[in-house]
Ligand binder design. Sequence first.
Ligand code: NAD
Length: 353
Amino acid sequence: MDALIALLPGDGIGPEVIAAARSALEAVGKRGGHRFRFSESLIGGAAIDACGDPLPPETTKACRDSDAVMLGAVGGPKWSDPNAPVRPEQGLLGLRAELAVFANLRPVRVNPHLTAASPLKPELLANVDMIVVRELTGGIYFGEKHRDETSASDLCTYHVYEIERIVRVAAELAMQRRKKLCSVDKANVLETSRLWRDTTDRVLAAEFPELEVETLLVDAAAMHLLSRPADFDVIVTENMFGDILTDEASMLAGSLGLLPSASLGATKCGLYEPIHGSAPDIAGQGIANPAACIASAALLLRHSLELEEEASAIEDALDAVIADGCRTADLAAPGEPALSTSEFSAAVIEQLR
Ligand code: NAD
């Protein structure tokens, strides 16, 4: 296969983890006889510094011309003034809208070798293996914003078609897994959530009668995620609830540095990124955990390039090096030696060979 992959390293640890993901893609490509070509473009704070625009038109074009897009992370203290007219996150939200990637898949799996890294009791973590499907291009993050001296508002809007398409993505995934789907909303308070629930109930009853369906209010879901995480198979929810619940779920796995994501739309060109941010507290030190970004590269191979064997090879290599005891600083026990970003990445590549 010949594929062009757009790399957007972004800010903070973004360039460090993207370099690791690129090496993993090159290694698995070489092994399978594929030709992966890469372009590299600016986004976020780095793009604001270079040209005053967090999503320059050349970046959008490079992404549109590619088979898939990999992003590191955007943001950092240098650009964090909330009143600044341009902010790094606008680059990311703009890109998601440009690529029309409305479905954000966030797999959360607990590696049995890492249960000690989670604040939860090990017995709660056995067999945790879920995918959170977060609606990505609607809701309060994209609604009209208003601010005056004494008040502010953010409008939350959902349309039936936006709910129908995300519920179908989640239900189809659940059909390939344990056939359990949990829909999360706040239908006791929010009108958008009442529309969410009515639409979800209708689509699931009519099109996916085989699924075991559970509906939870978001506050209860936050609790159940910690009290019975292994019960969940696929969770579907709106934009902001999904954002918050997946950061919470990352603690089941042990570190934000482990969790990948895939953002998919109507075309094959998806956007792949770790769920963590630019981690300014550790940026430039070469100690970031690249596992989430490398695992995002595996999702890219699976969902955009349909290279399932290569995707599994990367996931297996990550599992194998962790089973061998390779740990970056975020996962190392106190006093245990930690690998640098490039040492961890080299171990994964060695495993892939
Ligand atoms: P963060 O995810 O960057 O960091 C939270 C904590 O987790 C930090 O202590 C960090 O060191 C640690 N961490 C994160 N990724 C890690 C990794 N790969 N290896 C080891 N440790 C890791 O969240 P934050 O501190 O709230 O935000 C920092 C900046 O990132 C902000 O500007 C924020 O807006 C931005 N952000 C960007 C994205 C994105 O680009 N998708 C997502 C979230 C936050």
